[in-house]
Design a binder for this molecule. Structure first.
Ligand SMILES: NC(=O)c1ccc[n+]([C@@H]2O[C@H](COP(=O)([O-])OP(=O)(O)OC[C@H]3O[C@@H](n4cnc5c(N)ncnc54)[C@H](O)[C@@H]3O)[C@@H](O)[C@H]2O)c1
Length: 243
């Protein structure tokens, strides 16, 4: 995918997938990237390394998201692409008790994995709709298509993120807004220790679904503008590679 002088706003971009995607977006012609992260120091360090605007922002705080998008627009003039990527995993997994995770973890995951997409989309959509074009990309997980054993909060909120992306796609698609949801598979970062802890039971089909990681999205998969894990599942039929 070529970025054709687009401006991207990427959350959770201080490190990991978000940071890697920012690098790739710039290599593919983005005119600017906004590197937003809860950890302001890593956001600034990544911005200094890659070029771009580093901002401290807690994506679970709607006012903070609105302020960060306003700062991005003040700096670059617009946001063409939103990559709503920030997320986190539980540190303790009880593989035998799907309900063991505490309520505050459920609440935080709901905020960061679902409401953050709502807040960021609300902030960027007015400008996109005015211009008749824009691209919303929500990072979910393979656990949002299948199910992660021992991690109901992560699985349920990532499923919700997929449902939200589908709602956005059918609501705004005819007004020039493209929507994708990325269903990454464990590759690196904090998620790795969780996979190790869960062993072969990490992610499974549930509720009668059959298949393996990626099966559901394979027919509609495209390669993300970023390094591994780099397959995304388009919630609409794949179109061309441009924006
Ligand atoms: N790495 C994997 O294997 C994997 C697999 C499936 C899905 N994912 C998803 O991909 C996304 C990125 O994962 P990653 O591996 O790069 O994670 P990571 O832990 O390496 O980086 C996540 C970044 O998000 C930031 N962040 C966390 N909470 C935030 C908040 N409230 N506001 C703003 N920033 C916040 C962190 O500070 C961090 O910089 C997440 O949504 C994750 O659930 C990752």
């Amino acid at each position: 995918m070529q970025m054709n002088d687009k401006i991207a706003f990427v959350t959770g971009a201080g490190r990991g997938i978000g940071r890697a995607v920012c690098r790739e977006l710039l290599q593919r012609g983005a005119a600017g990237v906004v590197i937003a992260d809860l950890d302001g120091a890593t956001a600034q360090a990544t911005a200094a390394e890659l070029g771009g605007l580093g901002l401290q922002c807690d994506v679970s705080d709607e006012a903070a998201v609105q302020a960060a998008v306003a700062a991005a627009i003040a700096h670059y003039g617009r946001v063409d692409v939103l990559l709503s990527n920030a997320g986190f995993g539980a540190t303790e997994l009880d593989l035998d008790d799907a309900l063991a995770e505490p309520n505050d973890l459920w609440t935080r995951m709901w905020q960061v994995h679902v409401m953050a997409h709502v807040y960021a989309s609300r902030a960027v959509l007015p400008g996109m709709l005015e211009r008749g074009q824009g691209y919303l990309v929500n990072v979910a997980s393979a656990a949002g298509l299948l199910c992660q054993v021992g991690d109901a909060a992560y699985s349920a909120t990532k499923h919700a993120a997929v449902g939200l992306a589908e709602s956005l796609a059918i609501t705004y698609g005819e007004r020039g807004i493209r929507v994708s949801v990325v269903s990454a598979v464990h590759r690196h970062g904090d998620h790795r220790s969780r996979r190790k802890a869960a062993g072969r039971r990490t992610c499974r089909p549930a509720l009668g679904r059959t298949g393996r990681h990626g099966d559901r999205g394979r027919a509609r998969a495209r390669v993300l503008p970023g390094p591994d894990p780099s397959r995304s599942t388009d919630v609409r039929p794949a179109q061309d590679g441009g924006l």
